[in-house]
Design a protein around this ligand. Sequence first.
Ligand code: AMP
Length: 439
Amino acid sequence: MGYGVDGWSIFCLPQSDGPVTRFESLGLSPPILRALDGVGYSVPTPIQEQAIPPLLEGRDLLGCAQTGTGKTAAFALPILQQILDHSTPGRPVIRSLVLCPTRELASQINQCFTDYARHMRCKSMVVFGGVSQRPQVNALRRGVDILVATPGRLLDLHEQGFIRLDNVEFLVLDEADRMLDMGFIHDLRKILKLLPRKRQNLLFSATLPKNIQSLASNLLHNPVRVEITPQATTVEAIEQRLMFVAKADKRRLLTHLIRELKPSRALVFSRTKHGANRIVKNLDRDGIEALAIHGNKSQGARERALRRFRSGDLSILVATDVASRGIDVSEISHVINLDLPNEPESYVHRIGRTGRAGQDGCAISFCSEDEGAYLASIEKTIRQEIEVVEDHPFHSDTAKAAKGRKSSKPQQSGRNRPNSRGRTNRGYRGRGGSKGPRR
Ligand code: AMP
């Protein structure tokens, strides 16, 4: 079974039990197959199996899928195949435009195109804001076939005359829901007006709220629909725990947990950029090294933090929801929600960062007296009650009592009160109560 998030509900998608499909049978040419061999892909993921054949026929596509499903190759491979089939002589022109919300995701997508096009004459490049535009302009001058971009920088460069979009044959909107959440709708509308009318359109989104459905119905013509999320991201596969804590004690509970769990790689979520910085500062004061990634950090700082986290040199990374999208780091042992997200879907995305690729993962959420309503809507969405752990020094009955309450004012009671209850619940150290990171 695979599970996905569809609007506010969880649905199940049966996996086929038939013979294993191979990339060769999907209509891809030898240069691409050789590149796939080079990156170690032997069989297509379900989204690739379902999306590649109709995309090669030129169909539009609506993909409900998130990072981790193999969606990048699902759109990149058929685009490359079509570019290969209809190659044009001379200096390359932008034939495919891929738009996505964040710099990290844009870099990752561009890296995929580069890897998959290794044995073809096809150039891809990435443009995003927050860095000097000069190297981007120089590369654009040399000509590219595939441009991966965040919307703002793309428009900037277009307005300055460095980008022409009148040869675009393939348009991909990746993580469309995030782009709309981040306020890119006006930029998107402007960009759409710059494109030729005749083109193939692909829209990928982890969720399909009304604004995405309306964008899809304007953009896509008779699309095939593919809905998948990674098996490892099932909410059931991830061990979830909830801790009620006074808002003022969250910082100390986090330090306590990190000291207890000694996670190998923990991703700590904060609702705001400011909050993420504060968490890093507080941990630093407690002698725990952590780095934050969010939109206000320079590209270099974000990449450095990610590199260290990926290599295992840094064990605590603090992120906002937006920045965490597209982080492709496997073996995250713990996700800690210092703040509960105000959108229940974000909760599913957050906890899906752990327990990937069949590994065990543990997601611990803090809930303070002002977050009761968020908790109620998360539990409604995931259709389960998250197991509560009261056996920690900062348990707050006030926070617990606020569950489901619409808006409650922060209160102080419950603070600093060591919990005297016996160990009636399973604790937060993972199945079997083992101490230390879970792998
Ligand atoms: P994505 O959902 O595109 O971000 O891909 C998630 C991860 O899966 C990336 O690390 C990809 O390199 C990897 N991946 C994508 N397709 C395959 C495949 N067919 N076999 C093995 N790994 C894959």
